[in-house]
Design a protein around this ligand. Structure first.
Ligand code: FAD
Ligand code: SF4
Ligand code: SF4
Length: 400
């Protein structure tokens, strides 16, 4: 809820109940107003209350933040089919560095159904503590249930920093939680550090359409929150000898809090567009000359079991959907091998793939900037090179 009733001052007059156009206020025990998840933050009840006891939660918190009470760096460990997404482990690695620099502890937040065994992975990735909230209501991600759990954890245990992956779920959960808690959130970060002058987390992200990199601080509110792009940081090497403190927290979700129902899952993203988890990516650019030629990229990807990427020029031309775009305004990837086929290597493209382990570039222009970052360069017509490469790799695969 974004508005809050000060229960001590509520005189139980019920004026707010009738004033709420969304039926979001219940009288608990007949004497105190309680705002439910149906609240849309319209504010109509605030003026209706004769005791002036309803306030926007943000205002209530901003006056009350005792920054010294907030400690530790937390990482939200997002799950996918009951397994941790790579980004959670990547953030534990980076969170460890922040926690050490701040002289504080690192904790993982694990919310799910039957997910306790994953706590060990969090410890192995560097966590000192794991906050575990379990229950069937968390079997699938819902904004309502996960926001209630996260807000309750933050209210109770008061972290100084909370990192989430800039994934679909993280981009949904992070702002919702930040709004309820009344703090700021830096979205889609590509860099993290500690600001020397203030000791605050320095969140770096592209701004003004990617033309400058901005570093943002959150000086007044807690926790300092941000979403971070997957694959910006490497996963830490797991240390399975590590262990830590497991803190089980009871779920506060009540029947009726979850306003959505999962009816079906329709996968539009196949392995070919799962760029962030892919070990091999074959990407195509404007050098493919026309959309039909993307079939050559897809064929090579098929032989290698690779995901298919695209430059922004190829996406803007409508040759591939945006979820394939690699780069500053697309996805950040770090596969073991990245094939750049007919891609010039503009700085904005490099921003999304230059930390790949091995880069193979195919371009007819020997001076194309992509060759400056490539480990292997093939100067030639991509429309001729790709079928030969695919055929040769097919033979090697069949022989092996
Ligand atoms: P081009 O630059 O046109 O390059 C095509 C290449 O193909 C050339 O090097 C050419 O020599 C070669 N070629 C042509 N024909 C052949 C052939 N037959 N065989 C072999 N080689 C051939 N771009 C991204 O990719 N991702 C982003 O996220 C992104 N974000 C951006 C954000 C901002 C704010 C801005 C301003 C730009 C962004 N861009 C991004 C665009 C970027 O600047 C480039 O315009 C884009 O990457 C170019 O795509 P391309 O390499 O496919 O096309
Ligand atoms: Fe109802 Fe609006 Fe008050 Fe929320 S803010 S409880 S929706 S009147
Ligand atoms: Fe309590 Fe104010 Fe609602 Fe009356 S209008 S029940 S005092 S919150």
């Amino acid at each position: 809820m974004a508005v809050k009733v000060n229960q001590d001052k509520c005189i139980g007059c019920s004026a707010c109940v009738g004033a709420c156009p969304f039926g979001a206020i219940e009288m608990q025990g007949g004497s105190k107003a309680f705002i439910t998840e149906a609240c849309t933050a319209c504010g109509a009840c605030i003026d209706a209350c004769p005791a002036q006891t309803i306030v926007r939660e943000q205002e209530a918190r901003q006056t009350a933040v005792d920054k010294d009470a907030y400690r530790d760096v937390w990482v939200y460990m997002e799950l996918n089919g009951g397994q941790p997404r790579s980004v959670g482990l990547e953030l534990l690695g980076e969170g460890r560095k922040l926690a050490d620099a701040m002289g504080q502890q690192l904790a993982a937040v694990l919310i799910g159904d039957g997910v306790e065994p994953i706590a060990q992975e969090a410890f192995a990735a560097g966590a000192d503590k794991v906050y575990l909230v379990e229950g069937p209501e968390y079997a699938h991600y819902t904004t309502d249930a996960f926001a209630i759990a996260a807000v309750d954890l933050i209210d109770t245990y008061k972290p100084a920093v909370l990192l989430l992956g800039a994934t679909n779920d993280g981009r949904d959960l992070g702002p919702r939680v930040a709004c309820r808690i009344g703090t700021g959130l830096t979205a889609d970060c590509t860099g993290l550090g500690i600001d020397e002058a203030t000791g605050l987390v320095a969140w770096t992200r592209p701004a003004f359409g990617g033309n400058i990199m901005a570093t943002i601080l959150c000086p007044d509110n807690r926790p300092q929150m941000g979403t971070v792009r997957p694959k910006v940081f490497k996963k830490p090497v797991p240390d399975h000898s590590r262990s830590g403190e497991l803190i089980r927290v009871a779920s506060k979700v009540r029947p009726g809090d979850i306003r959505t129902r999962l009816v079906d899952i329709i996968k539009v993203c196949t392995a070919a567009c799962n760029l962030e988890e892919a070990e091999v990516i074959v990407s195509g650019g404007r050098g493919l000359c026309k959309p039909e030629n993307f079939a050559l990229v897809e064929e090579l990807a098929g032989v290698l079991g690779a995901a298919v990427g695209a430059s922004r020029a190829a996406v803007d031309a409508g040759w591939k959907p945006a979820l394939h775009q690699v780069g500053q305004t697309g996805k950040t990837v770090a596969p073991k091998i990245y094939f750049a086929c007919g891609i010039s290597g503009a700085i904005q493209h490099l921003a999304g793939m230059s930390s790949s382990d091995i880069i193979v570039a195919i371009n007819k222009d020997p001076d194309a900037p992509i060759f400056k970052v490539a480990d292997y360069g093939l100067v030639g017509d991509v429309l001729e090179v790709l079928p030969i490469l695919t055929e040769e790799l097919k033979k090697i695969r069949q022989a092996g």
